[in-house]
Design a protein around this ligand. Structure first.
Ligand SMILES: Cc1cc2nc3c(=O)[nH]c(=O)nc-3n(C[C@H](O)[C@H](O)[C@H](O)COP(=O)(O)OP(=O)(O)OC[C@H]3O[C@@H](n4cnc5c(N)ncnc54)[C@H](O)[C@@H]3O)c2cc1C
Length: 308
């Protein structure tokens, strides 16, 4: 119930204004978002590289309503790709199609995406298209497949909570598309999605077992030790070596597990979000883990209390 409430609140513009203008909450958001501009994200990326991990940079934003905003967002991703190359960062970019104009038309957004994937291909880099709420699933898959027909520098995300995901995976494997498997972060109805954690987990493991032996390089994005153990065990049983897939985790979450897997020789990629539009991302992270909400509330009260 708390998760549902927080996901609903993530759409509230008045709460967004209040939280993003508040100094205490801005400071707390730094736990999950290293900065509002590209340079601190590049610094965070370099620190991850030094610790033996790769990164994916995500300029936060979604559901833009003007072409100017969509083009500006696309420009920010071009800039991130250029900076990654110029600064020798071992990393790629992740983006949401609604940030580069999906709500403004599929043709427009498709062209925006292909400008980025072409450039990523030239630079020997890669664009990961995040998966948003189910209203966007078909369009996202269609546009990724169009872009994938031109370059292998693009991949996408499949959410284990959706019933349709096994079919989508089989379809994407037909074109050797790289997939990031996640549990799924949005509020979806039981008509189309598993609601119970144990069902989502079971489907994650089932889909992982389709992905890992497929011969294409995929990612398992989870902080759940049970999912990670299942993948490690399955890979060992199937003689799938550690360089054939990667684990991905979010910046600031389970950093202990990130380091442990790196020490054990697994590939770990840290997803680094940055930008001013961090509110919905922040709320989704709170929704995932009630303990984060307690941390948030305690710090907020401490920050709001008069200083001695
Ligand atoms: C790299 C990456 C990219 C992602 N991209 C997408 C995407 O494109 N589309 C999408 O729908 N979702 C995406 N997600 C989010 C994902 O769908 C889940 O909502 C999120 O990862 C939480 O699920 P979990 O697998 O970590 O396991 P859960 O079952 O949520 O949690 C298992 C355990 O992980 C730890 N944990 C999980 N979340 C947190 C947290 N916020 N703070 C502290 N500990 C935590 C706790 O120990 C918890 O008990 C992405 C996640 C990652 C890691």
């Amino acid at each position: 119930m708390l998760r549902t409430l927080l996901l609903e609140l993530s759409k509230s513009s008045s709460l967004r204004r209040w939280i993003t203008n508040n100094g205490a909450t801005r400071r707390m958001a730094h736990r999950f978002v290293p900065g509002e501009q590209l340079p601190p994200a590049i610094e965070a990326a370099r620190a991850c590289n030094r610790a033996g991990m790769t990164v994916s940079l995500d300029h936060l934003g979604e559901n833009v309503v003007t072409r100017e905003d969509a083009e500006r967002a696309r420009g920010s991703y071009s800039e991130a790709l250029e900076q990654i190359a110029a600064r020798g960062v071992d990393g790629n970019v992740s983006l949401k199609l609604t940030h580069i104009g999906l709500d403004l038309g599929e043709d427009f957004c498709s062209e925006q995406l292909r400008i980025l994937t072409r450039r990523a291909g030239e630079l020997g880099n890669f664009v990961r298209v995040d998966m948003e709420g189910s209203a966007y699933t078909d369009r996202t898959l269609r546009m990724v497949k169009q872009a994938r027909a031109e370059t292998s520098a693009v991949g996408t995300v499949i959410q284990a909570y959706l019933y349709r995901s096994e079919d989508d995976i089989r379809d994407l494997l037909g074109i050797h598309c790289r997939i990031r498997l996640v549990k799924g972060a949005y509020k979806e109805p039981s008509r189309i999605a598993f609601r119970r954690k144990k069902d989502v987990d079971a489907n994650f493991v089932k889909l992982m077992k389709i992905l890992l032996p497929s011969g294409t390089y995929h990612a398992l994005a989870t902080h759940d030790p049970k999912m990670i153990e299942a993948a490690i065990r399955f890979a060992a049983e199937q003689n799938i070596t550690k360089d054939k897939f990667e684990f991905q985790m979010l910046y600031g979450i389970r950093t202990d597990l990130q380091s442990q897997l790196t020490r054990q020789g697994y590939r770990v990629r840290v997803y680094i979000p940055y930008g001013q539009d961090w509110f919905p991302y922040f709320m989704r992270r709170l929704a995932e883990r009630p303990a984060n909400l307690v941390f948030f509330a305690k710090n907020f009260l401490r920050g709001a209390a008069p200083q001695a």
